[in-house]
Design a protein around this ligand. Structure first.
Ligand SMILES: Cc1cc2nc3c(=O)[nH]c(=O)nc-3n(C[C@H](O)[C@H](O)[C@H](O)COP(=O)(O)OP(=O)(O)OC[C@H]3O[C@@H](n4cnc5c(N)ncnc54)[C@H](O)[C@@H]3O)c2cc1C
Length: 321
């Protein structure tokens, strides 16, 4: 059976959850093999083994930290040439979409971006599901030429344990001069609190204009913390300066696809939906029974959020003892 290459997302030895999701998806189509660019593979190996990586291709060295995008594309292109994989999967980040595009050109392959699901189609082809036009249309597509290069959004699938060897294989690669055209001059580590990252969180609690003020938004944070969730916001909130822009969910903000999305005091405008409607379960709290968010919600509570959310918090606290 051919391998399916998964470009590992990691910070040093820490493997990001999306990589475990991609390994889970990869198992459907071949033998999952992680590709580790940069340092820290020995620390990440155990985690990759737990989630089914049969092999880990390692290309260590400063080229992957000193230069952006192009070295990773060269690494993957070499592995595609050497191993003829069934597909290459990458997490849908801005950087990886550029890696994927370069890889597709180098290997004369088709590329699909922002898949939210992968299934086996006729003749074993990998069929990718994409949610487009602000989520109004679902597209199914398959690569017809070369090796399918597919970027998949975080939270498209729940990661599943499957023990494997994760045998380390060193890749002998000399990164070309052309791939060193843009040097990384500085890296700024984003300040992070205790909460999970918005793009990767299994639960997202988002607040809208209904919270009324920046102070009102504390209730959203409280609810998020009680569930170990990330906090999101509508554009009305970020434009008003009640919460930072980096937490905006929607067409001009982040796209999230958590297991549970809670929309509190959010009307459900099409531009907001574009960033959250592939969430697995959607719960809405809104005092207007006609609010468009209820067309989308799996569970809806019609009521004042300042009454509903404290009750919810009380119940969550009771349950967690
Ligand atoms: C080009 C473009 C791009 C955009 N991109 C984005 C984007 O990325 N993300 C985004 O979110 N928006 C985006 N927007 C804006 C979008 O159109 C909406 O204006 C925005 O989503 C509205 O935010 P909201 O739902 O919080 O506010 P509102 O539409 O004002 O809704 C507030 C809701 O709260 C409810 N409410 C009020 N008080 C309470 C209460 N006490 N208890 C319970 N419910 C209450 C109301 O019934 C109402 O439904 C974009 C717009 C454009 C034109």
């Amino acid at each position: 059976m051919a391998e399916v290459l998964v470009l590992a997302e990691h910070t040093g030895g820490d493997v990001k959850k999306v990589t475990l999701e991609l390994l889970t998806l990869a198992r459907k189509f071949g033998e999952p093999a992680a590709v580790w660019a940069g340092a820290g593979s020995a620390d990440g190996q155990a985690r990759l083994a737990e989630y089914g990586a049969d092999r880990v291709y390692v290309a260590d060295g400063s080229d992957f930290t000193d230069y952006a995008v192009a070295p990773e594309a060269e690494l993957l292109a070499q592995l595609v040439a050497d191993t003829s994989p069934a597909a290459v999967l990458l997490a849908s980040t801005g950087q990886n979409k550029e890696v994927a595009a370069r890889l597709a050109v180098k290997t004369r392959s088709g590329m699909i971006a922002d898949a939210v699901g992968l299934t086996a189609g006729d003749g074993g082809k990998i069929v990718a599901e994409q949610s487009i036009f602000g989520g109004a249309t679902i597209v199914h597509s398959a690569v017809r030429t070369g090796t399918p290069v597919i970027t998949v959004r975080p939270n498209s699938v729940a990661p599943e344990l499957a023990a494997a060897a994760a045998a380390l294989s060193t890749v002998d690669l000399t990164v070309s001069g052309a791939a060193k055209g843009a040097r990384v001059t500085e890296k700024v580590v984003q300040e992070r609190g205790e909460r999970p990252e918005l793009a990767e969180a299994a639960i997202v609690v988002s607040g809208g204009r209904g919270v009324g003020s920046a102070d009102g938004f504390e209730l959203i944070e409280k609810l998020a913390d009680s569930l170990g969730a990330a906090v999101g916001a509508s554009r009305a909130v970020t434009d008003a300066g009640w919460y930072p822009h980096k937490f905006q969910v929607g067409q001009t903000g982040m796209t999230v696809s958590p297991q549970l999305y809670m929309a509190i005091g959010i009307s459900g405008a099409i531009q907001h939906r574009a960033g959250m409607q592939t969430s697995k379960t959607i719960l809405a709290v809104n005092k207007d029974p006609e609010a468009p968010i209820f067309e989308l919600a799996d569970f809806g509570v019609v009521g004042d959020l300042f009454q509903v959310v404290p009750q919810l918090l009380g119940d969550i606290q009771k349950r967690s003892g």
